[in-house]
Design a protein around this ligand. Structure first.
Ligand code: AMP
Ligand code: FE
Ligand code: FE
Ligand code: ZN
Length: 269
């Protein structure tokens, strides 16, 4: 397989530390031929990505990673090849901005009640703000030694300052992406540990599965490829690069070849 594109990564427009232009530079340095960007609940970085990709002669496909839920379980859904200016996409982004600002306020309230007086105005991110930004703040103020510890002690599910995310459903999110001409892919499916839930998701109107992911072994890839092929679904793949926020994940450590990329492209309107 000749690596063509890493289809899953995060920039400074969500919880990554590389700008979209820096991601394009990374792709060039690895001799990849196309890029995408899948920031959490935001397409704001796509314009910068598009400009940088064009300047460097790389192809680009639009991308996003929407947070959603089914039966109170959190699920991540990747969208590709949609029109970022479509009203359905714009509306969903607004919804996520609103629910995140309410949730972040609640997280800070919980932290304050625990005697941790960190100030939300210190977060100066240019895009979506989520738990990783709060984790960074806790590291900066030496409340914890690492992002991991921030999640383990305070921000992870069920921990001291945890606040559940009230997102929208998987099916509604799939509809939004379809309405914008794109395809909906089940992200990092191995993170779903309930078998009934996984089966339910595999019966939802997805267009594909993220079969190749970060540190997957060939056996793990094959497991998901089999499931995708059985449904005649697309197979996508990527690193889930977050820059320095997940230093153990390198950009381009997982990629797809040109054939997979073209199939993805051709499935979009
Ligand atoms: P949010 O969307 O605000 O709920 O934050 C979720 C994001 O936090 C995920 O996409 C990861 O990037 C990050 N995250 C979740 N758990 C951890 C962890 N244990 N360590 C570091 N980052 C994490
Ligand atoms: Fe993330
Ligand atoms: Fe994810
Ligand atoms: Zn991701």
């Amino acid at each position: 397989m000749i690596p063509f594109a890493d289809l899953h990564c995060h920039s400074t427009y969500s919880d990554g530390t590389a700008t979209p232009a820096e991601i394009v530079d990374l792709a060039v340095s690895l001799h990849l031929k196309a890029v995408s960007l899948t920031d959490h609940d935001s397409t704001l970085g796509l314009e910068e990505l598009y400009k940088a990709a064009k300047a460097k002669g790389l192809e680009m496909i639009s991308g996003v990673e929407f947070s959603c839920h089914v039966d109170q379980e959190s699920v991540h859904l990747l969208g590709y090849g949609f029109d970022p200016d479509a009203p359905s996409i714009k509306k969903l982004q607004e919804k996520h901005l609103l629910r995140r600002s309410t949730r972040n306020e609640e997280i800070f309230k919980k932290l304050h009640r625990l005697g941790i007086k960190v100030d939300p105005s210190e977060i100066t991110a240019q895009g979506i703000i989520g738990r990783p930004h709060i984790a960074e703040l806790l590291v900066k103020h030496k409340i914890v030694g690492s992002m991991q510890e921030a999640f383990k002690k305070y921000l992870g599910e069920g921990k001291l300052a945890y606040v559940p995310a009230y997102t929208i459903t998987v099916n509604e999110t799939i509809d939004v992406i379809h309405a914008a001409g794109g395809v909906a892919i089940l992200a990092h499916p191995h993170l779903i540990d309930s078998i009934p839930l996984l089966n339910k998701l595999l019966q939802s109107p997805f267009d594909g599965i993220e079969c190749y992911y970060s540190n997957f072994t060939p056996e793990e890839n094959a497991r998901w490829v089999k499931r995708a092929q059985r449904r005649n679904w697309l197979e996508t793949g990527g690193s889930d690069y977050h820059g320095l926020n997940k230093p153990y994940v390198k950009y381009g450590c997982t990629t797809v070849d040109e054939e997979h990329f073209r199939k993805l492209q051709n499935a979009c309107r």
